[in-house]
Design a protein around this ligand. Structure first.
Ligand code: NAD
Ligand code: ZN
Length: 258
């Protein structure tokens, strides 16, 4: 694809975004890739060291919680992750009252760190954790310091190692309330930007279908065309950190003119 083509498609997407009544976005691991957080399916080395199915499974957490925390440390601390221009472009669109909601599959908290306010975390996040044995509560700030010191969190109250973050482990159900709110948002939306998601992890991957079924349009911003290209009105192939700022800029220009 030549650059001009992509630029034209971004302009077309900006027109849809500027005129939509209730645009929202749905993000996956790809939006955080340029922050240094590797995607599960990418070629990066992290998954040679950690098998997510193993590190993020309940049975392994019960027996060896340190495997999960080693994985979490590598995911968001060793990777040095901080918000990238893609996250910030979404904040800009929300601040200008264009984008209504961010539905994310990510657990890395980068949307909030960038400044997004209305975020629905389908798979939870590392922000809070609870001791499974005595119920003591932990904030990310506290856990981060422990992980940075190279240690595994241990309950300050009862000594248990079973401090479980409020994220959805493989085999666990998604939080009902967040899922229902996401369904409602998707049905209400007349436009959804689907960003950096391969759309293979269900039930999250079924959310864009709800927008489509309700008569809304879908725009895909992804490194490749993925396996469900037929769903989308516009496909913007490339890096989210490069495309989203251009899309936000063009959208805001259209709105300023009106
Ligand atoms: P995925 O790994 O299945 O797909 C990522 C998609 O992003 C791919 O289609 C890839 O082509 C695309 N991509 C890669 N780099 C990109 C970039 N710079 N710009 C735009 N697109 C890019 O991710 P998924 O669909 O989110 O599913 C993975 C599951 O793993 C999710 O459930 C998620 O919770 C979890 N996960 C989360 C994180 C995180 O919190 N950052 C990281 C890895 C995995
Ligand atoms: Zn405890």
């Amino acid at each position: 694809m030549n650059t001009k083509n992509l630029e034209e498609k971004i302009a077309e997407a900006a027109r849809l975004l500027a005129t939509a009544e209730y645009p929202i976005c749905f993000t996956g691991a790809g939006i955080s890739a340029e922050s240094g957080v590797p995607t599960f399916r990418g070629p990066e080395g992290l998954w040679e060291k950690h098998d997510p199915q193993e590190a993020v499974s309940l049975s392994s957490f019960r027996n060896q919680p340190e495997a999960f925390w080693d994985f979490a440390r590598d995911l968001v601390i060793t990777s040095g992750a901080s918000p990238n221009p893609g996250h910030r472009a979404l904040v800009r669109l929300e601040d200008q009252q264009i984008l209504k909601t961010v539905i994310t599959q990510n657990i890395d908290m980068l949307h909030q760190q960038a400044g997004s306010k209305n975020v629905l975390e389908l798979h939870g996040s590392l922000e809070k954790a609870d001791c499974r044995d005595c119920g003591a509560k932990y904030s990310w700030q506290e856990l981060e310091n422990i992980l940075k010191a190279g240690e595994t969190p241990q309950c300050r109250n009862c000594g248990s190692l079973r401090i479980k973050p409020r994220i959805v482990f493989f085999g666990e159900r998604l939080p009902e309330e967040v899922l229902e709110r996401s369904w409602q948002e998707a049905q209400q939306a007349d436009l959804m930007l689907v960003i950096g998601s391969s759309l293979v992890v269900y039930p999250a991957a079924g959310i864009p279908d709800l927008t489509l079924q309700a008569g809304g349009k879908l725009i895909y911003v992804n490194a490749d065309r993925g396996s469900r290209a037929e769903l989308f009105d516009i496909i913007l192939t490339g890096r989210a950190g490069s495309i989203l700022p251009r899309l936000a800029e063009k959208t805001l220009k259209i709105i300023e003119k009106d």
